[in-house]
Design a protein around this ligand. Structure first.
Ligand code: GDP
Ligand code: ZN
Length: 482
């Protein structure tokens, strides 16, 4: 980390490079105000008293500091540190957005010796180093920029605003409280009688037990936050010709917007990210199973099994006429034996091509009961668009139940863990806390050590303990100008 003396003033374009209404160039560092004097000229003559008022937009001409040519007409705002994004003095130049304008402004800045171009994420990094953001907020900010669905946006906004930071800080400070009790009697042990010592130790243990439970609760969240952040992985599978592609088309074209087509990691598997009821759902279409009926038995199943293994939700599409049997107890669905290995108690079913059967909404409930599929199967005719709306409503509701989302509030209970990194550190903290709880009073020095490790692990989530490697990776993923 550069000391203040070495710290250069950095600049970058913070909006996309190209034609648009407005472009914003950001400048941050000790010379921001000097840069303002060099590169802008007020349009309206003002009393000097009115110049350089922080946080106030000023009309200006933007000029080249050496030959003084006007580059553009624009606006300038000066943010006085530490009340700025980076905590340093910051200048924002708002110009018209066009390649030549942007290039001329950037080269004007380049001609100022104390300035240099910012690296990717460097503004955010300075905000972190200035203590304005902790790592969970940095991650939140990054996730916010990358958010593609409503649930992602809401979660990221909360994290960027410091909701997770506050929770982690609370956990850490409670552990420090325990430590105070334990260390207190290491330091003053001789002055406290045995009963008093036991009492203090018990106070620490009560608190530690409580935090241990809280952390365990967060760790037992079925990776909800991580899944909502990165997308729910949905595998659509089933025999050839059941209607899998028709379903995918329905989901993609009608009710949900295709957000990003991702080339599949496995050959023949197409992945799409859809927004279903505000939830990011990454759909894998197991098109590879189509090759031929025989292949389904061998390679196909292997391939499907891999997809199924890496998925959060399984949706099996069956052609109802092919799987319907009329038994003594009534109509029933028999799942083909080749698919049996892929089915779990949580697998959802779409019983398609209902138009080719006598099954209707009247006898469908009985059919589900007989087949032990109640609550997790829908009847559709994708060809005629029958039952599809009901399926979508039911499916969305099921997803929201699984991920514990109530009503329209997509994030519901705020999930604390949104990155694997948080989980790792919380897990470490929990191990030290639980170990602490096994240590008897006689070994109080070891006990204190365990609490210290636990607090340190939580501190790593916020970035209190700086680790250049983590930081480099985190900020590298930002774009230039952020
Ligand atoms: P996939 O092999 O599982 O992907 O199945 P497709 O979606 O490609 O559909 C196979 C065939 O079944 C196509 O000719 C579809 O038009 C037809 N099909 C799909 N859904 C229905 C349906 O609900 N009713 C009928 N009668 N045909 C359907
Ligand atoms: Zn298909």
């Amino acid at each position: 980390v550069a000391s203040d003396a070495q710290r250069r003033t950095i600049y970058a374009l913070s909006t996309p490079f190209g034609k648009a209404g407005v472009a914003v160039v950001r400048v941050s560092g000790p010379d921001a105000l000097a840069v303002k004097q060099m590169i802008t000229r007020p349009v309206m003559k003002k009393s000097s008293k009115k110049e350089n008022i922080p946080w106030m937009m000023e009309r200006c001409r933007i000029v080249h500091p050496i030959h003084n040519h006007t580059l553009d007409d624009g606006l300038v705002v000066f943010f006085k540190g530490p009340r700025s994004f980076t905590t340093e003095d910051v200048l924002e130049l708002h110009t018209h957005s066009g390649r030549a304008i942007i290039n001329s402004v950037l080269s004007a800045l380049a001609s100022i010796p104390s300035c240099r171009p910012a690296e990717a994420g460097e503004f955010t990094r300075r905000a972190f180093e200035g203590g304005r953001l902790d790592l969970t907020q940095v991650e939140g900010l990054k996730d916010l920029i990358n958010a593609e669905t409503e649930s992602q946006r809401q979660m990221a906004l909360e994290a960027a605003g410091g909701a997770a930071r506050a929770q982690f800080e609370q956990l850490r400070s409670t552990i420090i409280e325990c430590l105070v009790f334990v260390e207190g009697f290491i330091d003053f042990g001789e002055d406290v009688d045995e009963l008093g010592q036991e009492h203090m130790y018990e106070e620490a243990r009560v608190r530690a037990r409580k935090i241990s439970e809280v952390i365990q609760g967060h760790l037992n969240d079925n990776r909800r936050g991580e899944i909502l952040r990165s997308g729910i992985r949905l595998a659509i599978f089933g025999p050839p010709n059941a209607g899998k592609s028709s379903l995918l088309n329905f989901l993609a074209q009608r009710e949900a917007a295709i957000v990003t087509p991702i080339p599949g990691t496995t050959r023949d598997v197409l992945e799409l990210t859809l927004d279903i009821g505000g939830l990011p759902v990454i759909v894998a279409d197991t098109a590879g199973l189509r090759k031929s009926d025989n292949v389904v038995e061998s390679i196909g199943i292997d391939r499907a099994r891999n997809i199924v293994k890496g998925s959060d939700i399984l949706l099996c599409v069956l052609s109802l006429p092919d799987v319907l049997i009329n038994s003594s107890t009534g109509l029933r669905v028999e799942i083909p034996s080749s698919l049996q290995p892929l089915i779990t108690p949580h697998t959802l079913f779409l019983l398609n091509k209902g138009d080719l059967t006598t099954v209707s909404s009247d006898n469908f409930d009985d059919l589900l009961k007989n087949s032990e599929l109640t609550g997790r199967a829908w009847l559709t005719s994708l060809q005629n668009n029958h039952g599809t709306a009901e399926f979508l409503v039911g499916f969305t509701k099921t997803l929201k139940e699984i991920y514990d989302i109530q009503g329209d509030d997509i994030t519901g209970r705020n999930p604390l863990i949104t990155h694997a990194r948080h989980r790792d550190h919380l897990d470490t903290a929990l191990q030290h806390l639980n170990y602490f709880l096994t240590i008897p009073l006689e070994q109080v020095d070891f006990a204190a050590e365990e609490l210290r490790y636990a607090a340190k692990a939580i501190g790593k989530v916020s970035g209190l303990i700086d680790n250049e490697d983590v930081l480099d990776v985190l900020f590298r993923d930002f774009c230039i100008g952020k």
